[in-house]
Design a protein around this ligand. Structure first.
Ligand SMILES: NC(=O)C1=CN([C@@H]2O[C@H](COP(=O)(O)OP(=O)(O)OC[C@H]3O[C@@H](n4cnc5c(N)ncnc54)[C@H](O)[C@@H]3O)[C@@H](O)[C@H]2O)C=CC1
Ligand SMILES: O=C([O-])CC(=O)C(=O)O
Length: 289
């Protein structure tokens, strides 16, 4: 299991498109788990994205209120809230991108793997519905443990005959966001100029920030690189402990999820050279090594 780079398959004839609403195609995005700690700010950020024309907010509870609230923001997309399994079909039909932050977050003392029993079942059910109602959508898996929920989704899609490895992503953008922030602080460079590729998975030592490839170059000493690597790997735990039982990262995760979804939409729209790290099962032969 390792991380791949999501690239747009841009045809030569496709123009780089900006954000002018008149020129961008219609795109439907669904957020599953939209009433949660990540779901709500993510819904707002996707409402602010001019590449989205329809925004479907699905949860097992509380989405009518979230949808009514977000729908008043004066941006392009039309917002609809869907609540309960009976409305999942409507939420998913016609989707181009489905973002899944549904499931329980961890508390201090837990690992992401401790969430497996509950979240595996949630993700399995949602992916079965995706296979049925929007089999061509890009799926941005956010629910933890991402290292396991992505393979679960892949198996559900394989069983349904809809699996496309290029369309299933484990959202690891928060590791990139953290690596960029921590590196900029240590290297004393403008964070807006920083790029740090992060490969691997999304738990502990499977998170591999490549500070040797970071730009702008800073020639940090080995001990600084080690400390930055550890802080990036432990970033989720840092937030879980600071929240002291009230959940895990939500705001920074919503930001990261919105960045990754925006990259997906740009890729679908044919924008060239869109590059974001994500967990992918694209190269299964590497799993055997
Ligand atoms: N990939 C990453 O980098 C990160 C992943 N996470 C993960 O994201 C997940 C969500 O975290 P939070 O939003 O903080 O949790 P939360 O508990 O605040 O929200 C989760 C939402 O999922 C909903 N939900 C539960 N079962 C559902 C189902 N069957 N269908 C649709 N919605 C359902 C709940 O009603 C709730 O509104 C957790 O598993 C957490 O570990 C959190 C931070 C970063
Ligand atoms: O640590 C957690 O449980 C949530 C998460 O994945 C992160 O913040 O990276």
């Amino acid at each position: 299991m390792f991380r791949s780079v999501a690239r747009s398959a841009a045809g030569k004839h496709l123009l780089r498109r900006g954000y002018a609403t008149e020129s961008v195609p219609d795109r439907k995005v669904a957020v599953l788990g939209a009433a949660g700690g990540i779901g709500q700010p993510l819904a707002l950020l996707m409402k602010l994205n001019p590449l989205v024309s329809q925004l479907a907010l699905y949860d097992i509870a509380n989405t009518p209120g979230v949808a009514a609230d977000v729908s008043h923001v004066n941006t392009r997309s039309k917002v609809a809230g869907y609540v309960g399994e009976d409305q999942l079909k409507q939420a998913l039909e016609g989707c181009d991108v489905v973002i899944i932050p549904a499931g329980v977050p961890r508390k201090p003392g837990m690992t992401r793997d401790d969430l497996f029993n509950i979240n595996a079942g949630i993700v399995k059910g949602l992916c079965a519905a995706i296979a049925k109602y929007c089999p061509n959508a890009l799926v941005n898996m956010t629910s933890n443990p991402v290292n396991s929920t992505v393979p679960i989704a892949a198996e559900v899609f394989k069983k349904a005959g809809t699996y496309d490895e290029k369309k299933l992503f484990g959202v690891t953008t928060l590791d990139v966001v953290r690596a960029k922030t921590f590196y900029a602080g240590k290297a004393k460079v403008n964070v807006a100029d920083v790029n740090v590729p992060v490969v691997g998975g999304h738990a502990g030592i499977t998170i591999l920030p490549l500070f040797s490839q970071a730009t702008p170059k800073a020639n940090l000493p080995e001990e600084d690189i080690k400390a930055l690597t550890k802080r990036t790997q432990d970033g989720g735990t840092e937030v879980v402990e600071a929240k002291a039982g009230k959940g895990s990262a939500t705001l920074s995760m919503a930001y990261a999820g919105a960045i990754f979804a925006d990259a997906c939409l740009k890729g679908l729209n044919g924008v060239p050279d869109v590059v974001e790290c994500s967990l992918s099962l694209n190269f299964p032969s590497l799993l055997l090594r």
